[in-house]
Design a protein around this ligand. Structure first.
Ligand code: ADP
Ligand code: MG
Length: 623
């Protein structure tokens, strides 16, 4: 090419291309699905611009996709009359500029058993799949802008590509010529192409012709009466929509006439595609007005906590020429949103009633996103029924209980729902706060994610039972009477309590006999509020507050360490070692509670105590 410019692919793209070119065991035919899907997107864009009354080059050109077989060049041609690309756009879309999707795609691929063909269409890099079958690709494109120039793009996918503006005119849209590799020439058959299109591109809303024969015939599925649609068609439509090779977990097909007329099909995918562990901003449903695509992934149609849903909405009650901004305030959209929300929540309830394992698999995949629903006041009751937690009653970390399960399992005098937060089940189970609760066989919800506690605070109760951090629980009523201690024991304990108050002074608010401990000598309990210490720490972190809160020190009179301390006190109330031990117990309780005491002081005291013990031991042996 005379005045062609040569560009290097961006590094990540090169890596991607390398993987694609060398992927042997993948389903190569999906390249056609990707090219057709791009053509369809481009046609949707033109159709949208036309409804907006924009000036468009060749505005009467029929909107369609044509596929031709070129036996002479051993090539396939995919041609559309879509929006086209200018030189700048073609470089940006297919070449040098880093695409966020590339990195995410590579990351997903590196997760192990994933194959290129099963994920490529989902990361905005679908075009490159053409290099599974192509030794060279030539693109000619003419933008829909009135004064644009046609452009030629060419690459063998190895490392660079050429771009050149053309002097001769061409029809609006994009023509992609795929020169097939020797091992891929079996795509040069009309029947073969037809069957691929039937399998992957049946729901494209523009006519597709293969060598002048129209092949796709299925109308907009969501507009069809439900009784006419077969289960397989829903699955096929889902696969078409998401490029997910797995069928969906379930779906809801809605068609209503009042107060707003709309139809919608939404799917719950089996697997979530949360990337980098964050809740993706890329959610929403495709919005149509009378079959014209207005916007892909419109976020106003569903609340964020149902962001795992995939699907379409079509309503004649929305103005065709609505602007993106106006969509946000549109009342019709808001009504659609709340109808879909209700129906999906009802669907989830139904799944739970019919098939618990299926529901739990939904929860494991999408629970993280779903939990954000605690902000939805309108659907609070339904939401509360659908959330799940791990609990002390589960066999392991994977177990799930509902709030309904919990309430049904409550002890006779229990009036509150107890919970405890921690990073994982193991660290939670060793918490001193659980000792007596466990002994009394009272169930405790285990919260592993910070959002869980916000959630419980937001919904505040279930069936009139308030949520309470187990560290604030007073379970003496549920446990029943514990054995009375003798007046003598009582007196000794009272003396110890007085001593502790004297040593720790205003670092604590009170000293109490604990009803929650059985294995641990002491623990700290917040004296105010209903917040757990975990939550308190999160709020401190946000406020950059490193202070140690004043709490109540609870002691376990049955613990041998406490008993020994009482005896020491009786023998010699002035013994400095007693003070040291009290300080030490306090700091250990702080540590167990997740607050950091003064580590240097603590270390010094530890050495001292260990040393005393050593001396004592030696003295014993001297005798
Ligand atoms: P995605 O379709 O998910 O954006 P692709 O890798 O398939 O990712 O395509 C990249 C981009 O190239 C598209 O977003 C689009 O801007 C552009 N493109 C590809 N094919 C066409 C086409 N036939 N007409 C217009 N633009 C196209
Ligand atoms: Mg694409």
């Amino acid at each position: 090419m005379a005045n062609a410019q040569v560009f290097e692919f961006q590094a990540e793209t090169k890596k991607l291309l390398d993987i694609i070119i060398n992927s042997i065991y993948t389903n190569k035919e999906i390249f056609l699905r990707e090219l057709i899907s791009n053509s369809s997107d481009a046609l949707d864009k033109v159709r949208f611009e036309l409804t907006q009354g924009k000036e468009i080059y060749q505005k009467d050109l029929p909107l369609e996709i044509r596929i031709e077989i070129d036996n002479k060049d051993k090539a396939l041609i995919v041609k559309d009359s879509g929006i086209g690309m200018t030189k700048g756009e073609i470089i940006e879309n297919l070449g040098t500029i880093a695409k966020s999707g590339t990195e995410e795609f590579l990351k997903e691929l590196s997760k192990g058993d994933k194959k290129v063909d099963t994920i490529i269409g989902r990361f905005g890099v679908g075009f490159y799949s053409v290099f599974m079958v192509a030794k060279e690709v030539e693109i000619r494109s003419r933008s829909a802008r009135i004064d644009a120039k046609a452009v030629l793009w060419r690459s063998d996918g190895m490392g660079s590509y050429e771009v050149q503006e053309l002097d001769q005119e061409m029809d609006r849209g994009t023509l992609i010529k795929v020169y097939l590799k020797d091992d891929s020439t079996y795509f040069l058959g009309k029947e073969k192409l037809k069957s691929i299109i039937e399998a992957h591109s049946n729901f494209i809303s523009f006519p597709i012709y293969v060598d002048s024969e129209k092949v796709n015939t299925i109308p907009a599925l969501w507009k069809e009466p439900k009784f006419k649609i077969k289960q397989e068609q829903y699955i096929e439509f889902y696969k078409f929509l998401t490029h997910d090779p797995e069928p969906p977990l379930d779906y809801v097909h809605i068609s209503v006439d009042a107060p707003v007329q709309f139809s919608s099909i939404v799917f719950i995918p089996k697997k979530s595609i949360i990337i980098f562990d964050t809740i993706s901003d890329e959610y929403g449903l495709d919005l149509y007005v009378n079959r014209v695509l207005i916007q892909k992934k419109n976020k106003e149609l569903i609340p964020q906590y149902l962001g795992f849903l995939k699907g379409v909405v079509d309503s004649p009650d929305i103005p065709l020429n609505i602007s993106r901004e106006a969509i946000q305030e549109n009342r019709v959209i808001q009504t659609i949103n709340s109808t879909i929300t209700k129906q999906v929540l009802r669907k989830l309830e139904e799944i739970w009633e019919k098939d618990k394992d299926k529901y739990n698999s939904f929860w494991r995949e999408h629970g993280k996103v779903f939990k954000l629903g605690y902000t939805d006041f309108q659907h609070r009751d339904m939401f509360s029924k659908l959330i799940r937690f791990n609990s002390s009653r589960c066999e392991d970390e994977s177990g799930l209980v509902s709030l309904e399960d919990y309430v049904n399992n409550m002890k006779e005098n229990q009036t509150e729902i107890y919970y405890i937060s921690g990073n994982d089940r193991k660290s939670i189970e060793n918490s001193p706060y659980l000792e007596a609760v466990k002994d009394a066989d009272i169930e405790v919800l285990y919260l592993f994610e910070p959002i869980d506690e916000f959630l419980l605070q937001a919904i505040s109760e279930y069936k009139g039972k308030k949520f309470k951090p187990v560290e604030h629980a007073d379970i003496s009523k549920i446990k029943g009477k514990t054995k009375e201690s003798s007046p003598e024991d009582k007196k000794r304990i009272d003396e110890l309590v007085a001593k502790i108050k004297q040593v720790l002074k205003d670092r604590i608010t009170d000293v109490r006999i604990s009803s929650r401990l059985s294995q641990t000598p002491v623990c700290l309990v917040s004296s105010t509020g209903s917040m757990s210490s975990q939550m308190h720490k999160i709020i401190q972190m946000i406020n950059k507050d490193t202070s140690v809160p004043k709490q109540v020190l609870e002691i376990n009179p049955e613990h041998s360490l406490v008993k020994n301390l009482c005896s020491m006190l009786k023998k010699d109330p002035k013994d400095k070692l007693i003070d040291h031990i009290i300080e030490h117990l306090y700091e250990l309780a702080l540590l167990q509670n997740g607050y950091l005491p003064n580590i240097n002081d603590m270390a010094k005291r530890s050495y001292d105590i260990i040393n005393k013990r050593g001396e004592f031991y030696l003295r014993l042996n001297e005798k």
